[in-house]
Design a protein around this ligand. Structure first.
Ligand SMILES: CC(C)(COP(=O)(O)OP(=O)(O)OC[C@H]1O[C@@H](n2cnc3c(N)ncnc32)[C@H](O)[C@@H]1OP(=O)(O)O)[C@@H](O)C(=O)NCCC(=O)NCCS
Length: 173
C-alpha cells in the first residue's frame, strides 16, 4: 500500500534512492527548506509500507492576476515504482491544491530530451506553451519546454494558447 503524506525535513535523509536518477535534480538544503517553509501543501511524498520513499512532488504557487498559477518544481518516482500511476497521482494532488488556491493554471519546465516525462504530461492534459532556450546549464546547454494545463478558473483557456516564438530564461516570469 502507498501512503501519500506531507514531505518533512527528515525525508531529506531518505530520498537518495530517488534522487540518484540522472533526470532528477538535487538542490541545496536551503532550497528544500524554503519550499517546506513557504509551500508545505505543495510538497508531497509517496511512501512504501516499509517507509521507503517511492517518489515525491515539490511545487509552489506564484504569479499575479491571471498569471497566478501552481508550479511543479520537481517530480520524481524511484525506478522500481515506475509505471504504477504514482506520478499521475502526485500531479493530481498538486493540481487539486492549485484549484483550491483559485490558480488559473499549472506549469512546469522539462528538458526537451525527456520524452518519457513529456509524454506523461501530455497524457495528463498538459500542452507545450513555449520553448525556453538554454534553460538547463550543461555541456551543451539544453532547451526546456514550458508545459501548462489550464485549471477551472481559466474559463476561456487563455493560459494555454501557445507562444509561437521561443524565449530566453531571463524572460520567464
Ligand atoms: C516521469 C516520471 C515522473 C513518471 O513517473 P511514473 O510514476 O512512472 O508515471 P505514471 O506511472 O504515473 O505514468 C502516467 C502516464 O505517463 C505515461 N508514461 C509514464 N512513463 C512512461 C514510459 N516510460 N513510457 C511511456 N509512457 C510513460 C503513461 O501514459 C502513463 O500512463 P499509463 O501507465 O496508464 O500508460 C518518472 O519516469 C521519473 O521519475 N523520471 C525521472 C525524473 C523526471 O524525468 N521527472 C520529470 C522532470 S520534469
Amino acid at each position: 500500500m502507498t501512503t501519500l503524506r506531507p514531505f518533512t525535513c527528515n525525508d531529506l535523509y531518505k530520498f537518495n534512492n530517488v534522487n540518484l536518477d540522472p533526470l532528477t535534480e538535487t538542490y541545496g538544503l536551503s532550497f528544500y527548506m524554503q519550499y517546506l517553509a513557504h509551500w508545505p501543501e505543495y510538497f508531497t511524498v509517496a511512501e512504501s509500507p516499509s517507509g521507503e520513499i517511492m517518489g515525491y512532488i515539490m511545487g509552489k504557487a506564484e504569479g499575479h492576476g491571471e498569471n497566478w498559477h501552481g508550479h511543479v518544481t520537481a517530480l520524481t518516482v524511484s525506478l522500481e515504482y515506475r509505471r504504477l500511476g504514482l506520478a499521475a497521482t502526485l500531479m493530481n494532488c498538486l493540481e487539486d491544491v492549485s484549484e483550491k488556491k483559485r490558480a488559473y493554471f499549472v506549469d512546469l519546465f522539462v528538458r526537451v530530451s525527456n520524452k518519457v516525462a513529456i509524454n506523461m504530461y501530455t497524457n495528463l492534459g498538459y500542452i507545450v506553451y513555449r520553448t525556453v532556450l538554454e534553460y538547463y546549464s550543461g555541456d551543451p546547454d539544453e532547451n526546456a519546454y514550458d508545459m501548462r494545463k489550464a485549471l477551472s478558473r481559466d474559463v476561456k483557456q487563455k493560459s494555454v494558447i501557445p507562444l509561437s516564438h521561443p524565449v530566453r530564461p531571463e524572460d520567464v516570469e
